[in-house]
Write a protein that binds this ligand. Structure first.
Ligand code: NAP
Length: 301
């Protein structure tokens, strides 16, 4: 059976490798990105370039977005020349960005007026997971739409969970994920800070603790970057802050205290205040360096 034509909007750190994996799997793709160079790159891999989100939606039966935040998704879907204007009844719209569950519900209700089903399908696994096609994908929305998109999700990820038929449930699962990620990040940088201050061989320390009870994705994947002084982003601090804000807003609406998450959010503010918002989340180590008045890499400026 012919693969459905897929539209893709948002070709950043995550969108680019995800599109590449779909092209390699044989999916016909139509792409649009706010700035042009990423569109040209995807076209060089075999995607069809478009001039707007509307133009993408007009041509495709599944339309995916991978952009930063709630206002960006709103603009791309409901703004001028947006998906809403072009999408045909019977198509499915999939938002793989991490955004507010409440905004997700509102967008889904608007699209339903046009006979379009929506899935919220945020992901976890970082840029590495996007490149390797090993993402975790947490999906909210109608089962029928989920089953239609499952073959596509199976190219992009390995652990695919349908959280339930209600839109926003995928985003809520992702917020639980980000709560755990934030605290694991803090655990990772605190252990390296202690090791550095004590003058340990940090590579040996990491080798010893990564496989034991302290092991985590953060220790295995971002620990070596901290030790190497590599602050380049897989996931940017400013996006992590967006996610922690979404977690804390959701928790506030439920009357739930999340003290650890609030602490990590404040510590990341130290990193942002130092002008490092576009560095990777491993830059949380800088907050500890500032408070402890020390350097993990004494030779670093
Ligand atoms: P990114 O590298 O900043 O890419 C964002 C993309 O969205 C860019 O292509 C950007 O276009 C486009 N964009 C931004 N604002 C837009 C707007 N208002 N209208 C249209 N397009 C817009 O971000 P990313 O790391 O790929 O993250 C994308 C989403 O995935 C976020 O929700 C993030 O939280 C989530 N996520 C990221 C990771 C990760 O490790 N990076 C992991 C899991 C989930 P330009 O090229 O013109 O800037």
């Amino acid at each position: 059976m012919a693969l459905p034509k897929v539209g893709w909007i948002g070709l950043g750190i995550m969108g680019k490798p995800m599109v590449r994996n779909l092209l390699n799997a044989g999916y016909p793709l139509v792409v649009w990105n706010r700035s042009r160079p990423a569109v040209d790159l995807a076209a060089s891999w075999g995607a069809t370039p478009a001039n707007s989100a509307k133009e993408v939606a007009e041509q495709c039966e599944i339309v995916v977005t991978m952009v930063p935040d709630s206002p960006d998704v709103q603009q791309v879907v409901l703004g001028p020349n947006g998906i809403y204007e072009g999408i045909r009844p019977g198509s499915v719209y999939v938002d793989m960005s991490t955004i507010s569950p409440m905004v997700t519900k509102r967008i889904a209700a608007k699209l339903a007026e046009k006979g379009v089903q929506m899935l919220d399908a945020p992901v976890s696994g970082g840029d590495i997971g996007a490149q390797r096609g090993t993402l975790s994908i947490m999906v909210g929305g109608p089962r029928e739409a989920f089953e239609r998109c499952l073959p596509l999700f199976q190219i992009l990820g390995e652990n695919i969970v349908h959280a339930g038929e209600e839109n926003g449930l995928g985003q809520f699962v992702k917020l639980c994920n980000q709560t755990a990620c934030g605290l694991n990040l803090l655990a990772m940088v605190e252990s390296i800070a202690l090791g550095a201050k004590a003058g340990l061989d940090l590579e040996k320390m990491l080798a010893a603790i990564t496989k034991g009870a302290a092991g985590s994705w953060m220790l295995s994947n971002l620990g070596p970057k901290v030790i190497a002084g590599d602050w380049e982003p897989g996931f940017m601090v400013k996006l992590q802050q967006k996610d922690l804000r979404l977690v804390l807003e959701a928790a506030a609406s439920l009357g739930l205290p999340l003290p650890g998450t609030a602490l990590v959010h404040q510590l990341f503010r130290v990193v942002e205040a130092a002008g490092l918002g576009e560095k990777g989340t491993q830059a949380l180590a800088h907050a500890l360096e500032r408070m402890g008045n020390f350097k993990i890499h004494p030779d670093e400026g």
